[in-house]
Design a protein around this ligand. Sequence first.
Ligand code: FEO
Ligand code: CA
Ligand code: CA
Length: 526
Amino acid sequence: MSNRRDFLKFMGAMSVMTTSSSCSNHQKKPNTFSSINPTSTDNVILAEGLSYKKLISWNESLTAKKKFGFNNDFISIINIDKNNAIMWVNHESVTPLFVSGYSGKDGKSKSKEQIDLEKDNVGGSAFKISRKNENSSWEVVVNHTINNRLDAHSKIPFAPKQKIFGSETAIGTVTNCAGGRTAWGTFLTCEENYYNVYGQSAYFKGQRLFKSSLPSKASWEASEPRLPEHYGWVVEYNPVTKEARKLVSMGRFCHEGATPVVAADGRTVVYMADDAANQFVYKFIPKKKGSLVEGELFVADTNSGKWLSLSYKKNELLKINFKSQQEVLIRARDAAKLLGATPLDRPEDIEINPKTGEIFIALTNNKKKGNYHGSILKIIEKDNDYLSMTFKSETFLLGGVSSGFSCPDNMIFDKSGNLWLTSDITGKAIGKGPYKEFKNNGLFYIPLSGEDAGQVFQIASAPNEAEFTGPCFSEDYKTLFLSVQHPGEKSKSMKSLSSNWNSLKQGDPPRPAVIMITGPTLDKIV
Ligand code: FEO
Ligand code: CA
Ligand code: CA
């Protein structure tokens, strides 16, 4: 093995094949703090020198009429000044039992009232946060004019203006997973597993054949069926004008997130992943600076290191198989597959290393291929140019017992270029089979320089069945905002709750929340 990185990769690979008796990150001691052990405790457990407070929990008021939704995920902030900021938070889904009281057990279908309540609780929240001074905690400014909600009832136009199956607007934004923030003060919120609520259309030889509804507790099909083609987009939200639009040119698939980065010529390139087994990574190059409305979509062929264009007019194969550019964008998955894009192991969050410009992609897992613990892929554009059509790629780190994490999902870099990572072992798999030793989901810290480079330290452990999502640093890096999503999501009934985290009182449902992690350890290591 030529170097330490190869050794780490090797160790990660070994962990896929073996079942060691303990995770190797137990109480590893970097210079400044002790890593925590994996735990099954129904609470947020933090490494020494860290503590947390809640910023906002499910159902708390943003205005007299608008409330913070359920299952908060992606978090982003636009700084106004050092003590004031605008925060955006996605609400990916609901746990029906907690939000509408629907258990799916008595054979009844969801009522319209239940569906409407669930629709109110997804989408995203925009709100003002402030603090008194640099040593005090951030708080939500309730009733501020910025405070607003997008949900599954919001009317949102397609941009550029066009009709998709007869309509220039979609009703609602749904399954909002991760996202991004542009340099011109807008948030990107990404529609991921829309088929869970509105089903999926099937196409054959360019003909739209039928829509299949997946039988699921999440489905809203019983009340008002909607066109799946109106979902699966990146939605841009301007918190000042309160306008939203679905960016059609960026393609339609199960968008995990959208990671903007400014290229040498000033245009904002966006990297995106399609979170499903054997789906692809995309890049969008806009036509102009300061806008993502028009541009060209590319998909990654990581085998040959090429970005493949999904431009209809440039590609004969697309012309033969699709009727229009719009159809290519609506069926981006089919078009990408046709062109020979490289299937990946559930690509999720993408973050750009601020020190090197390299593009880090979390590949969560691919259980069908026996890959249970996932990995982190790195793309290095030719000459570090985000407009480049060629790149190199390599595995940065493999998940597994040896590396100490499994199922990487959301990531963020701190100001020193250290990588922070959250895990997404599904609620039903936590503590079982290949995931036994990892116990509850966690937050991990991976220094990329210094003597601990490439080592994985567990910083936090999530409540039962929860997942940490949306890590986001305040501008001064003194606060790490983090979503606690879906605690107790597998509870069978209100009488047998599997988590009580952040419940209002005994017997009430656990509440997802945005927490703020602070402390001397954070100050030392970021
Ligand atoms: Fe919503 Fe791919 O996590
Ligand atoms: Ca995610
Ligand atoms: Ca996930």
